[in-house]
Design a protein around this ligand. Structure first.
Ligand SMILES: Nc1ncnc2c1ncn2[C@@H]1O[C@H](COP(=O)(O)OP(=O)(O)OP(=O)(O)O)[C@@H](O)[C@H]1O
Length: 483
């Protein structure tokens, strides 16, 4: 850190939501020219703290200063933006019925008058090109037609784009959660360029490797407070996990012994464009991974399997853990309990009414099993932190009777400790005969799979049993030979 006054000072910030004390007197400084990594378990208070800094939430107590000026009274998102504070939220905030350029215009009101469309197209197009070269997004694309990874790229580029207002502090709340490793690497390089040019970044992530590699300092939050704060080089994975508290990192993996015998597969599916005889097959008791760069046809095939579309052969009920929880997973007006139990409603059907007590008991059981942080499963689902919402979606699928569970990059926003527990649950349920189809953008997770299909340009490019699967082979198959 430099000796000059901090660009941001948060002093004794407190925030309560009913019975939940989300922030319990947090003090934190940010310097110009640094990237602060912010880590902590699901529900630790990271997003709440950043919502205070970006003017979305008013703290119950404490002060916010920017560039030495106390801005606490009447601080709002408009003030934050005027001070150059930008935020890329976990739940993406683009308007799906507008184009990429129109969305850029919304947060850059300086673009106006005759020819505003052209200006907006240039602004976002140039920034996308700078951060994510080869992104393949047109400023004229309708946001609703873009994959979640591309939407995330647009949102990030929009936050870094500059018109009449500076970008001094850019908060990135789990910015790589939907990006594949190539796009994530490009973003993290951009973050370094930005801070080396004097900007400030707050990077929130559950991927501890990227936090350790990209940050200058790291703050660890636990239960609403900052419990450790030091130079990044003072931490390693183990000490970060320990500081986060109550999480263990047992790296289990699938047994390398081949399991496929002569049994009939429970799922068979071919990508529509597959030029050869290759198809995805999955057997009872197997965890089958779908790998490759993001948006290479993995989600499309999973959705076709879930829908039992022509060209797929699916034996048994299917449950889905959606990757885009905001638009496909969470029922935003329902409680946590209703969101969990909706996958198992038949079990709770009475003669006339649903068995409400049974639903609560079932949800309560899963709250404990998967560690959903809430005082009451009757609370609205949107009262949960992002990672805890994702855990509720897991509970919905794992608690259902479906023999086949289809998971579309399901660990988005789930903390390291819970991930290990969920990996364990998946392997345990597979051992009892359940079949899992698992698309992941995290290569590390493929170690939990018995068989991996690597996708490229909409087709299966490689078919790797666990014993033959290496990261190198997956990466090699993800890129065209001539690319
Ligand atoms: N709008 C809200 N209403 C009620 N409770 C809330 C609300 N927003 C956050 N909370 C609660 O505040 C606590 C902190 O949540 P926050 O979203 O800041 O956690 P987080 O560290 O960002 O977690 P994650 O890693 O899952 O994103 C959680 O217990 C959450 O349930």
């Amino acid at each position: 850190m430099t000796a000059t006054a901090p660009i941001v000072r948060l002093d004794g910030v407190e925030k309560r939501f009913g019975a939940v004390r989300a922030l319990s007197g947090v003090s934190l400084d940010l310097a110009a020219g640094e990237c602060l990594g912010l880590v902590g378990h699901n529900g630790a208070g990271k997003s709440t703290l950043m919502n205070v800094l970006s003017g979305v939430l008013t703290p119950d107590a404490g002060r916010v200063s920017i560039a030495g000026q106390d801005v606490t009274g009447g601080y709002s998102t408009a003030n934050a933006q005027a001070h150059g504070v930008r935020c890329v939220f976990q739940e993406l905030s683009l308007c799906p019925n507008l184009t990429v350029a129109e969305n850029a215009r919304i947060s850059h009101p300086a673009i106006r008058g005759f020819g505003w469309r052209g200006q907006a197209r240039r602004l976002i197009g140039n920034k996308l090109g700078e951060v994510f070269p080869g992104h393949g997004i047109s400023p004229n694309d309708l946001v609703g037609d873009l994959s979640i990874a591309r939407r995330q790229m647009v949102e990030i580029a929009r936050a870094f784009a500059v018109t009449d207002r500076p970008a001094r502090v850019v908060i990135l709340d789990e910015p790589t959660s939907s990006l594949d490793s190539v796009a994530a690497g490009l973003l993290l390089k951009h973050v370094r360029r930005f801070v080396e040019g004097g900007g400030t970044c707050v990077l929130i992530s559950h991927l501890l490797g990227e936090i350790l590699d990209t940050s200058d300092r790291i703050a660890v939050m636990r239960d609403g407070g900052v419990v450790a704060l030091d130079a990044a080089r003072a931490f390693d994975r183990r000490s970060l996990v320990a500081a986060m508290g109550s999480v263990t990192e047992a790296h289990g993996q699938a047994d390398a012994a081949p399991k496929r015998g002569t049994a009939q597969p429970v799922v068979r599916a071919r990508p529509l464009k597959q030029p050869d005889e290759r198809e995805l097959t999955a057997h009872a008791g197997e965890v089958v991974g779908l790998a490759g760069l993001s948006g290479q046809g993995q989600t499309e095939l999973l959705v076709r399997i879930f829908d039992r579309a022509p060209g797929t052969d699916v034996a048994g009920p299917v449950a889905l853990v959606a990757g885009d929880r905001q638009s496909d997973g969470v029922f935003p007006l329902w409680s946590i309990a209703e969101n969990i139990a909706v996958g198992s409603l038949r079990r709770f059907k009475g003669k006339w009414l649903l068995d409400e007590a049974g639903i609560t008991h079932f949800a309560e059981d899963w709250r404990r099993k998967i560690g959903i942080r809430t005082p009451d499963v009757g609370n609205p689902i949107l009262s949960l932190s992002g990672g805890n919402q994702q855990k509720a979606l897991f509970a919905r699928a794992l608690g259902s009777d479906a023999r086949i569970v289809v998971m579309d990059d399901p660990m988005r926003g789930v903390d390291v400790g819970t991930k290990q527990e969920v990996y364990g649950m998946i392997r345990e349920q597979a051992a009892k005969g359940r079949c899992f189809l698992w698309y992941t953008t995290e290569t590390d997770e493929l170690r939990n799979c018995d068989h991996v299909y690597v996708f490229r340009e909409g087709i299966i490019a490689a078919d790797l049993p666990r014993a033959e699967m290496t990261e190198e082979k997956v990466i090699h198959a993800s890129f065209r030979e001539d690319a």
